[in-house]
Design a protein around this ligand. Structure first.
Ligand code: NDP
Length: 451
């Protein structure tokens, strides 16, 4: 209960009691409540109508069995989830994650974060998240298709372009979205393009959606750097992960003149002091779906790979760190190493990649720190642009879409920056993001009555 206003402590206690064994969800709620002390001191009406208690309780949680048949004819069982967290601002919106670590607590934490993130974009979208403990690694295309079809056979009844609109996340890319959308279309006998985002361009996707989260995080960090009169130009950057978010962060950082010297996957990290060769990384990860060590093997002398159990990517000295793999991947110890090596800015591409201890280390050291719910909102913002294009049966150019994305990220940055100042914590983007997101959702909930 450390650092939580005493009026808010019973709310956290109830969340912990009601959601036993879900540490990631407790962590996400704890972080938001930590910021809300300043809000209820200034605007005590937010304590009325159990608004904060209601915001911490998902509107609906769906858990279901996903049976499917593997290539050897064996029946496999996975568990599927969809947490429809909050629809005060619009239809539930948030990705699907396929990873063996997925459980209801992880989906709940992601849905909770998503609610505030979506509010920060200023677009009419509520918050939700879903997924399965299915591991797509090593599965054939046919197995992936059968799994996605089985999942959608159950989930379709809970979705709709005005109800709940999923997208991708870890382990869910174009291929998986295609199979899920296809089965939805078949079961409903409706081409309802706006029910899924992250679709391929051929059947209703948006240009720049693939790039949006990584590009958006880079725009956000660029805006933070500008507040101190500097930019990416000539900076050394470390980006963890080598999936969708990481690859397009690297692309945009390089465009802005930064040098990305390290990236990773769950097996370890590679360091290339000459700058990561993006075309090679894309070939390894997007085309061949190989491990990151392959990058060091193909580059040869001067480039090295360190296995995950032998070291941390955050020991690599850099000016800017962009954690873009998964939750809690950057510990207090990692943050201390980054600070010691002179890091000046951190932009979270992933959701909640820094532990609470790490965030404290960064803030205490005066490092500019962009929390994921603000910095990685470019993905969902572009998803909302995809929904706009679908609703108007239109398709925008890449430039038009990227321009909207850049303006939205600038808006989110400025909102967080100004809100932090307004509430007496200049430069604290964590506080700014939590408060600005909360106020928008809570105000709408108040107007909608006790539902
Ligand atoms: P991908 O599946 O494309 O890539 C994930 C990357 O992170 C891979 O390199 C993967 O390595 C690594 N990774 C995953 N789990 C772990 C783990 N437990 N330990 C170490 N490394 C791990 O996912 P995305 O790039 O889409 O997502 C990355 C993060 O960004 C997630 O937190 C996601 O929620 C967040 N995000 C994504 C958005 C999007 O638009 N895609 C939008 C907003 C946030 P390996 O291949 O070895 O598993």
């Amino acid at each position: 209960m450390k650092n939580i206003d005493e009026k808010l402590q019973p709310i956290l206690a109830q969340v912990i009691r009601r959601n036993a064994g879900e540490p990631e969800f407790h962590q996400a709620v704890h972080e938001v409540l930590e910021s809300l002390g300043r809000v209820v001191a200034k605007q005590p009406h937010f304590l009325d109508q159990a608004l904060i208690e209601r915001i911490c309780e998902p509107e609906r949680q769906i858990i279901f069995r996903i049976p499917w048949v593997d290539d050897h004819g064996h029946v496999q069982i996975n568990r599927g989830f969809r947490v429809q967290f909050n629809s005060a601002l619009g239809p539930y919106k948030g990705g699907m994650r396929f990873h063996p670590s997925v459980n209801v607590g992880i989906i709940k934490f992601l849905g909770f974060e998503q609610t505030f993130k979506n509010a920060l974009t200023g677009m009419p979208i509520g918050g939700g998240k879903g997924g399965s403990d299915f591991d797509p690694k090593g599965k054939s295309d046919a197995e992936i298709m059968r799994f996605c079809q089985s999942l959608m056979t159950e989930l379709h009844r809970h979705l709709g372009d005005q109800t709940d609109v999923p997208a991708g996340d870890i382990g869910v890319g174009r291929r998986e979205i295609g199979y899920m959308f296809g089965q939805y279309k078949r079961l409903n006998n409706r081409f309802e393009a706006g029910v899924f985002t992250g679709k391929a361009l051929a059947y209703g996707g948006s240009r720049a959606r693939t790039e949006a989260t990584g590009y958006g995080n880079t725009y956000f960090v660029q805006a933070m750097l500008q507040t101190r009169g500097t930019s990416f130009d000539g900076k050394k950057v470390v980006v963890s992960g080598s999936g969708n978010v990481a690859i397009y962060s690297i692309e945009k950082v390089q465009f802005f003149g930064g040098k990305v010297i390290a990236c990773s996957d769950s097996t370890g990290y590679v360091v290339d002091e000459n700058g990561i060769e993006l075309a090679l990384l894309k070939d390894i990860k997007e085309v061949r779906r190989e491990r990151i060590s392959e990058y060091a093997r193909r580059k040869g002398a001067g480039v090295y790979f360190i296995a995950a159990d032998k070291g941390s990517i955050w020991d690599v000295a850099c000016d800017v760190a962009m954690p873009s793999a998964t939750q809690n991947e950057l510990s207090g110890k990692d943050a201390a190493a980054l600070v010691k090596n002179g890091v000046m800015a951190v932009g979270e591409g992933a959701n909640m990649p820094s532990t609470p201890e790490a965030i404290r280390v960064f803030l205490d050291a005066g490092v500019m720190f962009a929390p994921g719910k603000a910095a990685n909102a470019g993905g969902v913002a572009t998803s909302a642009l995809e929904m706009q294009q679908n609703a108007s049966r239109d398709s925008w150019t890449f430039e038009q879409t990227e321009m909207r994305l850049a303006a939205i990220m600038r808006g989110i940055h400025d909102t967080c920056h100004q809100t932090a100042e307004e509430y007496g914590a200049p430069g604290n983007y964590v506080l700014g993001a939590n408060i600005a997101g909360f106020v928008r959702v809570a105000e709408s909930m108040r107007m909608l009555g006790v539902i």
